[in-house]
Design a protein around this ligand. Structure first.
Ligand SMILES: NC(=O)c1ccc[n+]([C@@H]2O[C@H](COP(=O)([O-])OP(=O)(O)OC[C@H]3O[C@@H](n4cnc5c(N)ncnc54)[C@H](OP(=O)(O)O)[C@@H]3O)[C@@H](O)[C@H]2O)c1
Length: 350
């Protein structure tokens, strides 16, 4: 396993990070524990959770993912400081698919919500601290979760970034969180966080968790430069475009028990132009004798701006295949063929 530095911290994280958002919906507690044990054995150190998980978000299941991680920590106390535990606070429900059941409609990044959310996460996780505490999506309306263009909405109220960061800085001082990260952020948002740190002498954000895959390379336009020059690295989510890039949905197939078969909610990568591009990448992988899933993950792993590639798996076989992608290196010729397809059809699933 390869390790990369988390922002400007002294923390090294595994290039493959363990996503958890199926635990409590498609995966049971014992399956979650099996996944953690296997991943750690392979050198994975980063585990990424959220107070909102599992997905699809439902009031009845909310918090189960963190609870499962918590029972694992309780049974493996000596391992707590060997893992880099990341979780997230859910933001306000400004878009239809944002959940409204977590602390109600006014769920913004103010002192009250941040305190309540963190304390509840710590309780569920059965730990005194979180290594990386992330804001799941911005407090304000902006381009998130597949919105193709900036929405230009004047929100009635948003919590100033300086205020949010000041509260998070107190959590760092108290030892409840080690580092701060953002998610589903834009270049403007990242710049605001960095400016607030400089102006007020507060901790810098260390990471940005955004989508990144063969069919969504939007990070490269405005954010990769922040990763390069400011050391705010990418924790890449949905590297298989919800499983599509494994090739298992080719020709309209809908395998039993798989995310796209099960849940109507997950449409982000299902548009015709996305499906068409996916077919091209799957064909390219096969032409080079590679498993399409490992090919897609190896592409993400190859990016210099990626700190960790957050994989997701609903079975141990998938987990094994995905973690093993860390050893797959794509040749310059293959990377050039990928770029040619990208130019032909850039970001079909933003
Ligand atoms: N910050 C955010 O807003 C955000 C959003 C999304 C995800 N995330 C994070 O990123 C992690 C990964 O996201 P994701 O689950 O969307 O990633 P993904 O890699 O795009 O999709 C993972 C899913 O694809 C299928 N799959 C995985 N490996 C496979 C293989 N080798 N062959 C065939 N199918 C395979 C599995 O679903 P099926 O078995 O059901 O097909 C698995 O759950 C999450 O757990 C979470 O920690 C964060």
């Amino acid at each position: 396993m390869e390790y990369r530095r988390l922002g400007e911290t002294d923390v090294q994280v595994s290039l493959i990070g363990l996503g958890t958002m199926t635990w409590g919906e498609q995966n049971t507690e014992s399956e979650a524990h099996e996944q953690i044990a296997y991943a750690l054995d392979q050198g994975v150190t980063l585990i990424d959770a959220a107070e909102m998980y599992p997905v699809p978000p439902r009031p009845e299941t909310q918090g189960s993912t963190e609870r499962y991680i918590g029972t694992w920590i309780a049974q493996n106390r000596a391992m707590r400081d060997k893992i880099v535990l990341a979780t997230k606070i859910a933001g306000p429900a400004r878009q239809p698919h944002n959940p409204r059941h977590i602390r109600g409609e006014g769920n913004q990044f103010d002192r009250k919500n941040l305190t309540e959310a963190l304390n509840d996460s710590l309780k569920r996780l059965q730990t005194d601290y979180v290594d990386l505490y992330q804001l799941h999506w911005p407090d304000r309306s902006t381009m998130t979760f597949g919105r193709p263009a900036y929405p230009w909405i004047d929100d009635a109220y948003t919590v100033p970034i300086e205020e949010t960061l000041s509260v998070l800085a107190e959590f760092v001082k108290e030892g409840k969180i080690r580092h701060i990260g953002v998610s589903n952020e834009t270049p403007w948002g990242v710049a605001q966080f960095l400016r607030a740190s400089e102006k007020l002498g507060l901790p810098r954000i260390v990471s940005i968790q955004n989508p990144y895959s063969l069919v969504n390379r939007t990070f490269e336009a405005g954010l990769s430069e922040f990763s390069h020059r400011e050391h705010v690295g990418l924790l890449a989510y949905s590297p298989l475009a919800f499983g599509w890039l494994s090739g298992k949905y080719e020709g309209g197939a809908r395998p039993a028990g798989a995310r796209i078969t099960l849940f109507e909610r997950f449409q982000r990568y299902s548009k015709p132009q996305s499906v068409q591009a996916i077919t091209r990448y799957v064909e390219l992988a096969k032409r080079h004798g590679l498993s399409p899933a490992q090919f897609a993950l190896a592409f993400v792993n190859s990016r210099p701006f990626v700190t960790s590639n957050l994989i997701g798996a609903t079975s141990l076989d998938q987990l094994k295949e995905n973690i093993a992608s860390a050893a797959v290196k794509l040749s310059p010729e293959v990377l050039a063929e990928i770029d040619a397809l990208h130019e032909l059809q850039p970001n079909p699933a933003p």
